[in-house]
Design a protein around this ligand. Structure first.
Ligand code: PMT
Length: 221
């Protein structure tokens, strides 16, 4: 039985993977399908929250009763999050955000020229949205939840990331070419800024989402 413990709360969830264009045809992207973020959005709505879902390139259908905002790049994601956050009780950053983007965008398709070496791609840093909203706290008592996608030293990297980003909860999950990305299941440890560690065993992404909302609801009071 789902408890309506998020009634009266506005939650913002990000999902999917940003794409950083090189030209009208190519982009730098990642393997996020958006399934974990959508599971968070669906379960929050089932628990009574008003949900704003900011999605990047998922191609997934809109969940019932959820406001969906579609964006493409990390810079566009930042704009959408900063617009929605001041009205949110909770922000959950489940989207996989590109840390870097190509410095230059070619307005026409980049051509390969006979006998010429390929041009190197120069990258510049993208804004760190999670760190920015964690420092801002545009609304008193607002809770901010981040994710950490790690391939090695998963927990140690997660703990360091929690300290660096300044969010309240950080969901640490292991990823790989065929691990977590795109699958129906996940396994994680949810780290709290208060030192708590909540392991979530391998299971449906909904189950991890419910644990996140349990931890959020108990902390919102
Ligand atoms: O979408 P699925 O296929 O279901 O897969 C789920 C998932 C693996 C994408 C998800 O569970 C997950 O781990 N999402 C976060 C991916 C990520 O970007 O992790 P990170 O460790 O690189 O970033 C840490 C946190 O900072 C994340 O909350 C991220 O949203 C945020 N971030 C990162 C970079 C940046 N420039 N700005 C950010 O806000």
């Amino acid at each position: 039985v789902t408890e309506p413990d998020l009634v009266g709360r506005h939650v913002v969830v990000t999902a999917g993977g940003t794409r950083e264009p090189l030209d009208p045809v190519r982009f730098l992207g990642n393997r996020s399908s958006g399934k974990q973020g959508y599971a968070l959005a669906r379960t929050a709505a089932a628990r009574g929250a008003r949900v704003t879902l900011i999605e990047a390139n998922t191609g997934l259908p809109d969940p019932a009763g959820v406001d969906v905002v579609r964006i493409g790049t990390a810079v566009q994601l930042r704009e959408a999050v900063l617009k929605a956050a001041p009205d949110a009780d909770v922000v959950v950053m489940a989207a996989a955000v590109a840390d870097f983007r190509p410095e230059n965008y070619a307005t026409g398709k980049i051509k390969k020229k006979d006998g010429q070496e390929p041009e190197p791609i120069v990258l510049v840093r993208n804004p760190d949205i999670l760190a920015e909203i964690s420092a801002d706290r545009s609304r008193p008592g607002q809770m901010i939840v981040g994710f950490a996608a790690e391939t090695d030293d998963v927990l140690a990297n997660g703990r360091a990331k929690l300290a660096r980003k300044g969010c309240d909860l950080l969901v640490v999950n292991e990823v790989g070419e065929r691990k977590t990305f795109g699958s129906e299941e996940n396994e994680a440890v949810v780290l709290g800024a208060d030192g708590s560690e909540t392991p979530v065993p391998y299971g449906p992404k909904e189950a991890l989402a419910e644990t996140v909302w349990d931890l959020v609801a108990s902390r919102l009071g």
